[in-house]
Ligand binder design. Structure first.
Ligand code: ZN
Length: 215
């Protein structure tokens, strides 16, 4: 980033990550957009991919939520992590009672995406989910082709090839605790299905998923 832009960011209050017109209060959003997100009700997503775990999203991918999520991902507005973590927490409240003893397993970013953004955006939001459910990262992402233009079937295959468990999955399997997958967005469910399959191969049941948004 050029020095002039750096200086501007230092001295001017950042604009709201969602409407981009009002100045951001705490957490990267203006009060109106923050209130908008606070009024969202979790929705049950219906993934097209069969075998994907049931997913609850904090809200539909639209309006204020879609804008905030895009800014968080594409412009690395990391200050949104607590707000998005709070939203994930609301989705979690819907499923937690159904999956007693569960741990949260974030869907990992590829190394390339992490490098481009400077952080793993799902892991960062996952770390801000309030409450007692522990986070147990045990998935890793191999490089994968851009999913734009792929058919649902090709997407599914690419996702399945790209997700692997780490050594920590065996430790989780040994506890017998189920997993709740955490991702930013559910569209076809291909990624969640692939994550669930990878965990299943390691002896872990992914009983449900929570996401920030459902497309
Ligand atoms: Zn705003």
């Amino acid at each position: 980033m050029p020095l002039a832009e750096n200086a501007r960011e230092l001295f001017l209050p950042a604009a709201c990550a969602s409407c981009r017109s009002a100045p951001a209060a705490g957490g990267g959003l203006c009060p109106d957009c923050a209130a908008d997100l606070a009024s969202l009700r979790p929705v049950l997503a219906t993934p097209a991919v069969r075998g994907a775990p049931p997913a609850v999203a904090a809200g539909p991918y639209a309006g204020t939520l879609a804008e905030a999520l895009n800014e968080y991902k594409e412009r690395a507005r990391r200050e949104l992590a607590p707000v998005l973590g709070g939203l994930l927490g609301r989705a979690l409240a819907v499923v937690a009672a159904e999956v007693p003893g569960a741990v949260l397993v974030p869907v990992p970013a590829t190394r390339a995406a992490r490098r481009a953004r400077g952080f793993d955006h799902v892991a960062a939001a996952c770390a801000r989910i309030p409450g007692p459910v522990p986070v147990h990262p045990c998935l890793r992402a191999l490089p994968r082709p851009d999913s734009v233009g792929l058919s649902p079937r090709q997407r599914s295959l690419a996702a399945r090839r790209s997700l692997r468990t780490t050594g920590r999955a065996a430790a989780l399997a040994a506890t017998g605790r189920p997993a709740i997958l955490v991702d930013d967005i559910v569209t076809t469910g291909a990624t969640l299905h692939a994550a669930a399959e990878a965990l299943r191969a390691a002896g872990v049941v992914a009983a449900a998923a929570i996401t920030v948004a459902a497309a």
